[in-house]
Design a protein around this ligand. Sequence first.
Ligand code: KG4
Ligand code: ZN
Length: 332
Amino acid sequence: QRKNVILGIESSCDESAAAIYDSERGLLAHALHSQVALHADYGGVVPELASRDHIRKLMPLIEQVSAEAGAPQLTGIAYTRGPGLVGALLVGASVAAGLGMSRGLPVLGVHHMEGHLLSPLLEKRAPAFPFVALLVSGGHTLLVQVEGVGRYRMLGESLDDAVGEAFDKCAKMLALGYPGGPALAALAQAGRRDAYDFPRPMLKRPGLDFSFSGLKTAVMLAVKGAPDTRQAHADIAASFEQAVVDTLVAKCARALKQTGLGRLVVAGGVGANRHLRAALTQCGARDGFELYFPQSQFCTDNAAMIALVGSLRADEMRTGIAPADAVARWPL
Ligand code: KG4
Ligand code: ZN
């Protein structure tokens, strides 16, 4: 593959981001604007507000990364085509199409989850193929066997809520605001992890699928029955986090055993959870598998992972007039 320098654009949800990835030198620059403050009052992402903010922020972010990278000669543009909020996605798609046309650069629409899946390759200590990936974000909970770029075999997924979604909903029950995942994890530090015996969903059943709605209901009942004190809430948070971590660790161990692979990659927003990282590290030491995490800033949504996928798939980029193409739903 020829040397390439790719501009990556991410706008699938509530993060506007741009990055430049060089196939020989690695990540040259990345920048991000979070819309968390914009949506906080509404307790969740408001799609129309998200789209409008992407319009305001994307071009300045692109100019910023270009300046920081030393205004390199780009060879292509990669943007998140889906899945996500279609209005938000269309902003990134339009910017990519417009820049591609005006600068004569080829463009590629990238799968957001493939970005998360391959994000550990941004690190100096990158995993070799094949590996098992645990993808845990606000929208997805997947176990995937990754044989190479574009060669993915689904091992298991959540039958209902995604893990991040469960974190966010439980955080909401504890009045921790939005998005509550990190706040719940912080509160859990002050709690007793064995205070509640919450269900470890699907652990007794064979297979690699997940389910978190039963756990969510158990937490709801616990919140209703508990005193309205910080310690009681911390106990619930800690016990919930423990139930999630136990479930994820057990399924990862099972996936590695089933595939016979020795490398586990953890990606997606919930991959930033410290308790999960510690538990997986312990399990890895016990079972003898190698663990790979992206840095926390590349676990959550970012454009570095999109530029990286663009670089790895540069051969598929198209020149000419690119339509602004976005899709809300898109299987991996
Ligand atoms: O990958 P991501 O940034 O966005 C997508 O969903 O694509 O993931 C965001 C999710 C949210 O649900 C957030 O609450 C959760 O990741 N999250 C965490 C932590 N940091 C982010 N959940 C638990 N512990 C954390 N430290
Ligand atoms: Zn994401």
